[in-house]
Design a protein around this ligand. Structure first.
Ligand SMILES: Nc1ncnc2c1ncn2[C@@H]1O[C@H](COP(=O)(O)OP(=O)(O)OP(=O)(O)O)[C@@H](O)[C@H]1O
Ligand SMILES: [Mg+2]
Length: 456
């Protein structure tokens, strides 16, 4: 955080006025203090007088590229993170950016959510560096922002530590949003390679025709448009770790090439038949049942075994009962700080709904729900009516078998009331009773039998 304010500050550097404006508006709306500079030179001179936490820079700019800026920052400013934005489909620049010290990169086009997530990751890293290792061990946070106190997550913590102490290939599995990328980062940053690059590659997001040259690079003239030789992600990750996300989405020919890298530890740039040695640790992730894909013949068995030397299987959130509230509270505090709002608390009924919901989108869904709650809830208590309706109703389904009719009725009435903003006339109409009956039912607490002298 910068000295003057407790907001994280971000300098945005881009030669396009329109882009500057959009990024500034979005990041300011997220609660960051923002500065802009249209050129590298302007950015450098602003940084001389104004310390910022994060610089988000475009790659290609006339009169000095984003790369020069990354270099300048890495050489001169210890306390500033850098994130590079690169063009699509050429991921050109990302590779070099990581090499010279950008902590994060984002390829165009990206969604607002991807921007916010990358910014948050970069700032989290900065925070972690500043607070030093000692603080890490005091909180239930372990390994790079990965939290959890459930038995399952404590086991995972042990697995991550073990994996970090080796150079073995690791396959991280788990449903969407369970924290696979976070686990991969924890392995890398807990390993001896921590000061070398961590390079995530979304194999499912890059068209197959491009993936090979993105991963392995290409030589000049390898294909139409290859005017110059260019290094690939494997070169960028040299000495460090490559994270092959959604590895199940690779084509059969690509799987053969990956197998070769794993066996020979060398890569062939597209258009070249000269092998180049690389020292890259491979981590892979999938939300599919990879073994089922092997049995179906769409994923190579030999590659499966090579990737699966160590498996880290992240449990779905619904199976980590203890962590739901821990994470909800953690996210609530984080977003409250980010948005400058009071720290909210969850009512005990709200907690019970959160615990009974089945979280198909896992931790990411919880994070999104809590973010919305922090923004939308008036006051500092989050109660059942504040929760998304879908969640209130599905929680009811989960609990249904253990509750009395009176409890179910009471809760149903309250849910209906919440859905019509407490309008008793409308609620009574929906419930098929008159307003007087509704009032009487509301006076009763669940579990109590009917008061003796009421007429229903
Ligand atoms: N144990 C955890 N503690 C704190 N935050 C977590 C934890 N697990 C996941 N998160 C957060 O949840 C979000 C999703 O995590 P991540 O991107 O690692 O999941 P994923 O399994 O890679 O998801 P997908 O399959 O959709 O790519 C991230 O914002 C991450 O920081
Ligand atoms: Mg992921």
């Amino acid at each position: 955080m910068s000295g003057k304010s407790n907001k994280d500050s971000i300098l945005i550097v881009d030669d396009s006025e329109a882009t500057l404006e959009v990024l500034q508006r979005n990041l300011a709306a997220e609660g960051y203090q923002t500065f802009t500079a249209p050129t590298v030179a302007a950015a450098v001179s602003l940084l001389e007088t104004t310390p910022v936490d994060l610089v988000v820079t475009d790659f290609k700019m006339p009169g000095g590229s984003g790369m020069d800026l990354v270099r300048h920052i890495r050489e001169n400013l210890r306390d500033t993170e850098v994130m590079m934005i690169t063009g699509y489909p050429s991921i050109e620049g990302a590779v070099e950016a990581v090499k010279v010290g950008a902590e994060e990169y984002l390829s165009k086009p990206f969604t607002d959510e991807e921007l916010y997530a990358a910014v948050r990751r970069a700032l989290d890293k900065l925070q972690l560096r500043r607070s030093g290792r000692a603080a890490e061990t005091q909180t239930p946070t372990f390994s790079h922002g990965m939290m959890g106190e459930s038995k399952a997550m404590r086991d995972i913590q042990g697995d991550i530590a073990k994996a970090a102490s080796t150079t073995a290939t690791v396959l991280v599995t788990g449903e969407s949003g369970t924290g696979k990328e976070l686990a991969a980062r924890a392995i890398h940053y807990g390993s001896a390679r921590a000061s070398d690059p961590f390079v995530p590659v979304n194999c499912g997001g890059i068209p197959d025709s491009l993936l090979e040259s993105e991963l392995f690079g290409h030589v000049k003239g390898a294909f139409t448009g290859a005017a110059e030789s260019r290094a690939g992600f494997f070169h960028a990750a040299d000495g460090g770790t490559i994270f092959l996300d959604e590895v199940s989405e690779t084509s059969a020919p690509m799987q053969v090439k990956l197998l070769r890298v794993l066996q020979e530890k060398e890569v062939y740039m597209v258009g070249s038949n000269r092998a180049r040695k690389v020292d890259v640790r491979i981590l892979a992730a999938t939300n599919k049942d990879l073994w089922a894909l092997v049995k179906k013949g769409v994923f190579r068995k030999d590659l499966f075994y090579r990737l699966n030397v160590i498996t880290i299987a992240l449990p779905p959130l619904r199976e980590r009962d203890h962590d739901i509230i821990l994470l909800a509270t953690h996210f609530a505090q984080r977003f409250a700080e980010e948005f400058g709002r009071p720290h909210p608390r969850f009512s005990s009924q709200a907690i019970s709904v959160l615990r009974n919901y089945d979280w198909p989108g896992n931790v990411r869904e919880l994070e999104n729900v809590v973010q919305r709650l922090v923004l939308m809830t008036e006051g500092d208590i989050i109660d059942v009516p504040d929760l998304p309706p879908l969640m209130r109703f599905s929680a009811l389904r989960g609990e249904g078998l253990h509750r009395t009719l009176a409890e179910v009725e009471y809760e149903h009435i309250n849910n209906v009331l919440a859905s019509v903003n407490n309008n008793k006339t409308r609620a009574a109409a929906i419930l098929g009773i008159d307003r007087k009956t509704l009032r009487q039912k509301l006076r009763r607490t669940p579990g109590q039998s009917d008061p003796p002298n009421t007429t229903t």
